[in-house]
Design a protein around this ligand. Structure first.
Ligand code: HMG
Ligand code: MG
Length: 298
C-alpha cells in the first residue's frame, strides 16, 4: 500500500485565531512559507471575518496578496458572509471556504445568523464563487456535537451537505468543532456521507479535546476519506465554541499515516522545526503528542 492522503493545514487560520499572542503579518506569512517548504499541499491561510470579532485574523488580505505567485500549494481562506467573500475576491483569493454550522445556536454564536440564513448565505456565496471560477470548500461545523445543543442528528448534517454541494461546494468538510466525536460516531456519519456523495468530495476536521482525533482519522480513513485538515503544533479552537481545544496536530497525523504506509509527501523534520517556530513566536509550550519523541530521535 502506498496510498496518498491529502493534508490541509489550518494552522495560519484555526491555529492562530484564538491564541493569547497575536502574530504580526510577517510572522503569519513566514509560517505559511515554512509550511509550504515542508511539502504541505493545502493551507488555509486566514479568514475574512470582522477584526472586532477575531483580531488575530486582521490583515488576511495582505497575506493573500503577498502569496499570489505561489503555485505549488492550494491556498484557501475562510469566509463567513458575502462581505467576506467580496473582500477575499478583492485580495485575489482562489479557494474559499464557507463555514455553516449544523445547529441554530452555533450559527448565531459564531456568525450572528440563524441556521436558515447561514445556509442561504453560504449557498449564495458558493454560487457566486463558482460563477467567478473559484474552488470552494464548505465546512459543516459541529457535525457530531454542538456545545450549545448537544448531539447532532446525522440527517441534519446530510441535508446541509446536500444543499452546499448542490450550490457548488467542491468539498464538504465534516468538522468536530469541540472534539467530542468518537470513532463509532465518525464511522456512522462518514459512511452515510460517503454513500450519498462519494469519498472524493469529503474531508474531515478533528479537534483533539478528548484525545480521540487520531482514532477518528482512522475511522474516517477506513470509510474511504483521503483528505484531512490538521493544525501544526496542535494549535487551534473556535473562539465561539466553548470547550473547543486544539486541532489534531499535523505532525501527529502525518507520522501516523506514514507509519501506516500511507503517503503524505510532507517532511516530518521540517514540521518539527515549524513547531519550534510557533513555540517561539507564541511564547508557549506547543506541539503535538509526538513532538517530544521526534525531538529525541533527531
Ligand atoms: P455582525 O456583527 O452580524 O456583522 O457579525 P454585520 O454585518 O452587522 O457588520 C458588523 C461590522 O462588521 C461592520 O463593520 C461590517 O462592515 C463588519 P462596522 O460598520 O461596525 O465597522 N463586517 C466584516 N468585516 C470584515 N469581514 C467581514 C465582515 N462582515 C461584516 N466578513 C460576522 C457577523 C460574521 C462578521 C462576525 O460574527 C464574525 O466575524 N465572526 C467571526 C466568526 C469566526 O471567525 N469564527 C471562527 C472561525 S469558524 C471555526 O473556527 C470552526 C472551523 O474551524 C471548523 C470547526 O472546527 O468546526 C472552521
Ligand atoms: Mg476548527
Amino acid at each position: 500500500m502506498n496510498e496518498y492522503v491529502y493534508i490541509n493545514e489550518v494552522g495560519p487560520r484555526d491555529g492562530l485565531q484564538n491564541q493569547k499572542t497575536i502574530l504580526d503579518i510577517d510572522s503569519r506569512t513566514e509560517l505559511i512559507h515554512q509550511l509550504i517548504k515542508a511539502g504541505i499541499p493545502g493551507i488555509e491561510i486566514g479568514s475574512f471575518v470582522s477584526p472586532k470579532a477575531v483580531p488575530a485574523m486582521a490583515g488576511t488580505d495582505e497575506i493573500v496578496k503577498s502569496l499570489e505567485n505561489i503555485k505549488n500549494c492550494d491556498l484557501s481562506v475562510l469566509i463567513p458572509n458575502m462581505k467576506g467573500y467580496e473582500l477575499a475576491c478583492d485580495a485575489g483569493a482562489k479557494i474559499i471556504s464557507v463555514v455553516p454550522s449544523a445547529t441554530e445556536t452555533m450559527n448565531q454564536k459564531n456568525i450572528n445568523m440563524s441556521l436558515e440564513e447561514t445556509i442561504k448565505n453560504s449557498c449564495k456565496i458558493l454560487q457566486a464563487a463558482k460563477a467567478d471560477n473559484l474552488c470552494t470548500r464548505a465546512y459543516v461545523s459541529v457535525a457530531w456535537e454542538c456545545p450549545y445543543e448537544g448531539l447532532v442528528d446525522s440527517n441534519q448534517v446530510l441535508e446541509i451537505a446536500y444543499k452546499l454541494i448542490d450550490s457548488g461546494a467542491d468539498e464538504i468538510i465534516l468538522a468536530d468543532t469541540i472534539g467530542a466525536a468518537n470513532p463509532a460516531g465518525v464511522s456512522k456519519l462518514v459512511k452515510q456521507c460517503v454513500d450519498q456523495f462519494g469519498a472524493d468530495q469529503l474531508s474531515a476536521h478533528f479537534h483533539d479535546t478528548r484525545a480521540m482525533a487520531l482514532s477518528n482519522v482512522c475511522a474516517a480513513l477506513y470509510e474511504g476519506i483521503r483528505k484531512f485538515d490538521a493544525c501544526i503544533a496542535g494549535l487551534g479552537g473556535c473562539p465561539f465554541a466553548p470547550g473547543a481545544a486544539g486541532n489534531l496536530a499535523t505532525e501527529d497525523i502525518c507520522n501516523m499515516l506514514e507509519q501506516m504506509g500511507y503517503q503524505t509527501n510532507i517532511d516530518l523534520n521540517k514540521l518539527n522545526s515549524i513547531v519550534d517556530f510557533c513555540a517561539e513566536k507564541l511564547d508557549a509550550n506547543v506541539g503535538g503528542r509526538m513532538t517530544p519523541w521526534l525531538r529525541k530521535t533527531n
